[in-house]
Design a protein around this ligand. Structure first.
Ligand SMILES: *Cc1c(COP(=O)(O)O)cnc(C)c1O
Length: 350
């Protein structure tokens, strides 16, 4: 049986969290002399002298509406990096507990594990970049607290088989993180639909990709109210700036614009694939459910360097396990994609 208290690090079970001025008094009118703010104003033209809402109530209400869930299932953080780190700090005892990751995958899970002195057990994806469920079951033990599954996966681009994720969710009593940073580019519903079925499920999404707000640093985690209350207890009190909260709240009024950008990127993705597939140096374009392609090219690192000389920057993944001779190429605008392909052709001629 799944019991969150068993997973939580013992010293956090009785933790008394920091109580901010905005926790103690939640009204919005009055003479506020409770937070040592500057009463005169700000050094900027716009006023930012008051502390922001620590629980981002308005923004969560809006996001809840868009995602079709209630605010009580939403955690917002400084990028997805924040909930990733908080999960380690909440559930993984340094030097004792472990997590499972599935390389080749997003690098932050391992880095966050290392920072927190937690072992990341690596269960490689299969040769077609799918989840090795048996391998995961073999690798886990009583000290395994979290399994990180990235789908659509970075850097491979593909969705893993969704029924395999559910197999893991069903058989395992620890936490399963499904990172859906690229969900908007995938042709399937989010795992948010499954939240009520699995108390151990945590879904990560972000405003950094489809929404075009990478610089604002806004990540989302969707989870049970019990997990949410743990994350809220240990997060920094004012983890999201007022600027981020207000800007995104306003932007969500025209959320259709995100869908338009996604359609544009999806059609550029199709076009990029067509252009790349015509190049003799391209050995394989891995299927993508995201806004990038993992592309196998002869002498990939050499091409990577030569592309930089031509001011076209892609990601060299050729030293990453199961990614021999692969470059990760973000889908750009049609113009950018044309420049990339032109540069590749020129290099080819030399
Ligand atoms: C880009 C990306 C993120 C986003 O991280 P932020 O901190 O929200 O910018 C999360 N997970 C994966 C797999 C990514 O590729």
């Amino acid at each position: 049986m799944f019991d969150l208290r068993d997973l939580l690090r013992p010293h956090l079970r009785e933790l008394i969290p920091y109580s901010s001025a905005r926790d103690d008094y939640q009204g919005s009118f009055g003479v506020f002399l409770d937070a040592n703010e500057n009463p005169v104003g700000s050094i900027t033209p716009e006023k930012w002298n008051r502390y922001p809402d620590p629980y981002q109530t308005k923004l969560k209400e809006k996001i809840a509406e868009i995602k079709g869930i209630i605010p009580g299932h939403i955690f917002l953080g400084n990028g997805s990096d924040e909930p990733i780190d908080l999960l380690f700090r909440a559930f993984c005892e340094p030097g004792v507990d472990n997590v499972i990751i599935n390389p080749p995958t997003y690098g932050m899970y391992k880095v966050s594990a290392d920072i927190n002195n937690v072992t990341a057990r690596e269960v490689l994806l299969t040769s077609d970049y799918d989840l090795d469920v048996d391998g995961i079951f073999e690798a886990m033990d009583m000290q395994t607290k979290i399994i990180f599954i990235c789908s659509p996966n970075n850097p491979t681009g593909n969705d893993v088989t969704l029924s395999k994720i559910e197999q893991v969710l069903k058989a395992y009593n620890g936490l399963v993180v499904v990172d859906e940073a690229y969900i908007d580019f995938a042709d399937r519903p989010s795992f948010i639909e499954k939240l009520s079925a699995y108390p151990n499920l945590i879904i990560l999404q972000t405003f950094s990709k489809a929404w075009g707000l990478a610089s604002l640093r806004l990540g989302m985690a969707f989870c049970s109210p019990e997990i949410l209350s743990v994350l809220n207890k240990i997060k920094a009190p004012y983890n999201l700036s007022g600027l981020t909260q207000r800007t995104v709240l306003e932007a969500l009024e025209n959320k259709e614009e995100k869908d338009e950008m996604v359609s544009e990127i999806l059609s550029s993705r199709t076009e990029l694939k067509r252009l790349l597939s015509e190049l003799p140096i391209v050995k394989k374009i891995h299927p993508s459910d995201a806004n990038f392609y993992l592309v196998e090219i002869d002498n990939a690192s050499e091409y990577y360097k030569r592309l930089i000389e031509k001011k076209v920057i892609v990601r060299d993944r050729s030293k990453v396990v199961l990614c021999d001779n692969c470059l990760r190429i973000t889908v750009g605008t049609n113009y950018e994609n044309f420049k990339l392909v032109q540069a590749l052709k020129e290099i080819e001629l030399v």
